[in-house]
Design a protein around this ligand. Structure first.
Ligand code: 26V
Length: 814
């Protein structure tokens, strides 16, 4: 049996030095910061290994039903702090390292976060596996070990330039490769029919090429509960590393070609998070990781080989459509390999999957051309056709004279080219389909999947997203967490509804005072960081107004920018006096998909406005605009706890949920937001008087769209909006060159798909209410405390309970 090292400073020092000497192979005095970081990580790992092995054994033995969370992205963030917290080693490690003359903060800063996701969807997966481990629910996360995660964003003269994310280059102490569990994955070729020994007509797939899936395990430690679940990420390798005859014939490059080709599959994360490019390599990634995962689960957990028990052993949650090719893959395994008949296989498959949809944007719904899918996965395309045929027969039987409906519901789209609608396939196969916030789930039922929800009303449900309070409160905001623990005692971190007990303290001047001091300290911490990493100096006393999320038109960074320019314009033209202005620092953090032109232009405009505003002596005491490059989980952990105001300003009906909105509320920022996604639920819980609502509601958006939206009319009828857009168009932020931002301005004036102009006036008015509220610091602090007290619902532990009750029906391990 594996044992854990002793939970003592001495024990920790011994472990750490042994790691340094034997694994890194250096003495303490000769070691680099990276050596020390790697050794520290390995030391902490040792405290988890015994529990990890034990956990896996228990799941196998008790045959507990597991969650298989299938996700192309897991945006984990740094691991060290979380592992120290989970093992309750923070103090011990700090003291132990101090004894070695090392400042632990320096080592923490050395870790490069695994950025294996784009944004909300990937970060949600990371929060969910944290919660499941904390709740002791057996779960295995399955995903892709990208060699390069989300690109590192830099700015060159204000424009985004992408750099490769080399997160593995200094070593990756948190992963365990398991070559003994490598899996072969096939691609291409054709299918053929044959008659088996029992005279049964069968199909077999004759693939053309294959690769090897190499699993890497990551520990997912529960919070101080001794539970450790597994995240298993797959890396592609050549099945045949080296072709010796070719090498001997003198062509080295050819000899390793297969390897290079195979390794391409998991080389890089696709940085688009809304417009699928229909790229063959992306479909290869998707099939690669789900084929590995299904094979892996069967081999490791269905030990007696009885695949009919699969629904008792696992529910595979499909995180958006990216893993949906798992549906025909499981059918193929059950029918072609396990030789089950079709109906039995389908009955099993339907119980083994559930589907979460994360979007409403029509252009984000994945479809794969049958030409491409059939070339790469010929057998899977046949299986999809058969699933569709049987499904449409059911639909036609239910609606005999409604051929139009059958065509609308078909998994196969005919226009503009014949393709597979992955969301429909997931809906047909899944035991449940859920949206990620109340409004989103409603819109799924009413619009995107309307016919399906009419046909299968019980299939549809909602699970509102959540975030892990371990990372986003305890680790990110130790000050506030300490105050809460002083006030409520321990226990709230795993029972976040207990934050409600803070309500009375909103009226307690001493508590508010402590709360405000913590916010100020968090701001100071942020400003030090921004000074060091971006060389910007920020004034301490401003209202800190933050908008951090992917750059997308529907999220409307441009609306916030219009508001900033509007204030600036009113100052420089003398329309308002400086003493009328609430001093504010505006922070943006956002990556644009590399091929998304308008998003990149918006980044350039933000940086251009920042440059002019920040260097204008007239406004220097009241306005600052900062855009730190490369917003990621690590930066979020310092930024969010410092914020006063959280910007959640998407056009109503477009943001499925949002999760940043929850992180801000839990850290005592007030929200200015539209009636969209989970904002709706935040506002209901914290109360209208503690939330700055503005903008069209979703039905109004739909109505305006239907009657015809003409953004130019808003420009004509609102003089301040006109002055704002005119200032941008005049070249004021582009050295007098009027052409630079012309495309952006024209887009707003004549297209404005996301109705920024329609909401501008209401937004500016809501911002004026923010100013008024902020002027009364006592009332503001009261609201901020109430935001924390009333946001306990947004713990991802609650989301997990909802998934368990409504979808998975699994049990915690004892
Ligand atoms: C979509 C695609 C499309 C194909 C190219 C690659 C790619 C990568 C990621 C995605 C995901 C888009 C959907 C998404 O991220 N949705 C976000 O999910 C969050 C968690 O539920 C939610 O809070 C956000 O509102 C929603 O935008």
């Amino acid at each position: 049996p594996v044992t854990s090292p002793p939970h003592s400073v001495d024990g920790f020092v011994r472990e750490f030095l042994r790691e340094l000497n034997t694994d890194a192979g250096v003495t303490l005095s000769r070691s680099t910061v990276n050596d020390q970081y790697l050794s520290l990580a390995r030391t902490v790992r040792h405290y988890l290994s015994a529990r990890w092995l034990e956990n896996t054994r228990k799941v196998r033995e008790t045959k507990a039903k597991m969650v298989g969370y299938l996700s192309a992205e897991f945006l984990l963030g740094r691991q060290l702090g979380n592992a120290l917290l989970a093992t309750d080693l923070e103090e011990i490690a700090e003291k132990a390292l101090a004894e070695c003359g090392i400042d632990i903060a320096t080592l923490r800063a050395q870790e490069v976060e695994p950025g294996l996701g784009n944004g909300g969807l990937g970060r949600l997966a990371a929060c969910f596996i944290d919660s499941l481990a904390t709740m002791g629910v057996p779960c295995i996360g399955y995903g892709i070990r990208y060699e390069y995660g989300i690109f590192r964003q830099t700015f060159v003269d204000g424009r985004q330039v992408e750099q490769p994310d080399t997160w593995l280059s200094l070593g990756s102490p948190w992963e365990f490769p398991h070559p003994e569990h490598a899996v072969q994955v096939d691609f291409g070729g054709h299918t053929e029919t044959y008659t088996d020994g029992d005279g049964v007509e069968r199909t077999r797939w004759v693939p053309a090429w294959n690769v090897l899936g190499m699993p890497y395990n990551y520990m997912v430690p529960g919070y101080q509960n001794g539970q450790v679940n597994t995240l298993r990420l797959w890396s592609a390798q050549a099945t045949k590393a080296f072709d010796l005859p070719t090498f001997n014939s003198g062509d080295y490059a050819d000899a390793v070609r297969a390897q290079t080709f195979a390794e391409n599959i998991t080389k890089v994360l696709y940085p688009e998070d809304s417009t699928p490019q229909g790229k063959e390599l992306r479909l290869q990634q998707q099939y690669f990781f789900v084929a590995c995962s299904i094979r892996d689960f069967l081999d490791r957990f269905i030990l007696d080989g009885d695949v009919t028990t699969l629904p008792e052993r696992v529910i595979f949650q499909l995180n958006d459509t990216h893993p949906v090719i798992a549906v025909p893959e499981l059918m193929r395994v059950l029918v072609d390999i396990e030789k089950l008949d079709w109906d039995a296989a389908w009955a099993i498959t339907k119980q083994c999957f559930a589907y979460t949809c994360h979007t409403l944007l029509p252009e984000a719904l994945e479809v794969w051309p049958t030409e491409l899918l059939g070339r790469l996965l010929p057998r899977h395309l046949e299986i999809i056709y058969r699933i569709n045929d049987e499904f449409l027969a059911e639909v036609r039987a239910a609606y005999p004279d409604d051929e139009l409906r059958a065509r609308q519901m078909s998994i196969i789209a005919e226009y503009p080219e014949r393709s597979v609608r992955m969301a429909y396939l997931a809906t047909v196969a899944g035991s449940k389909v859920n949206g990620v916030a109340e409004l989103h789930s409603q819109l799924l039922r009413d619009k995107v999947l309307h016919d399906f929800s009419e046909y299968w009303p019980e299939k549809f449900t909602n699970v509102t997203n959540g975030v892990t309070p371990r990372r986003f409160m305890r680790l990110a905001n130790p000050g506030l967490s300490g105050l809460i623990t002083e006030t409520l005692g321990t226990g709230w971190l795993t029972d976040l509804e207990r934050l409600a007990e803070l309500e009375p303290y909103a009226e307690d001047a001493d508590f508010r005072d402590a709360f405000v001091k913590i916010k100020e300290a968090n701001k100071t911490r942020l400003y030090r960081l921004l000074q060091a990493r971006d060389g910007v100096a920020l004034p301490g006393h401003h209202l800190l107004d933050v908008m951090v999320k992917r750059l997308h038109e529907y999220k409307r960074q441009s609306l916030k920018l219009l508001h900033i320019v509007s204030i600036y314009e009113q100052i420089i033209t003398g329309k308002v006096a400086l003493d009328q202005i609430t001093p504010r620092t505006f922070v943006f953090g956002a990556k644009a998909a590399p091929g998304y032109r308008i998003a990149k232009e918006t980044i350039y405009l933000i940086n251009s406005v920042a440059k002019v505003v920040n260097s204008d002596p007239l406004v220097k005491d009241v306005l600052k605009v900062v855009f730190p490059a490369n917003y990621n989980v690590t930066l979020a952990e310092t930024l969010i706890p410092a914020a006063d105001l959280s910007e959640q300003i998407s056009l109503a009906g477009k943001e499925a949920s949002g999760t940043g909105n929850m992180k801000f509320a839990l850290n005592g920022a007030l929200t200015i937001g539209t009636d969209d996604g989970a904002n709706v639920e935040i506002r209901k819980l914290v109360g209208d008087e503690h939330f700055f609502l503005f903008g069209l509601a979703e039905p109004e958006v739909a109505e305006l769209q239907a009657k015809g939206y003409h953004p130019h009319e808003y420009y004509e009828s609102d003089p301040q909006l006109k002055a704002t857009l005119d200032l941008i168009a005049s070249g004021h932020f582009s050295g007098g060159d009027r052409s630079v931002f012309e495309p952006l301005v024209s887009n707003l004036l004549y297209d404005d798909r996301f109705m920024a102009l329609a909401d501008f006036k209401d937004y500016a008015e809501a911002q004026a209410r923010v100013d008024a509220a902020y002027a009364d610091q006592e009332t503001w602090a009261r609201s901020a405390v109430l935001n924390v007290a009333r946001s306990g619902f947004f713990s991802s532990d609650r989301s997990m309970r909802d998934y368990i009750d409504r979808i998975w029906h699994t049990q915690p391990l004892r």
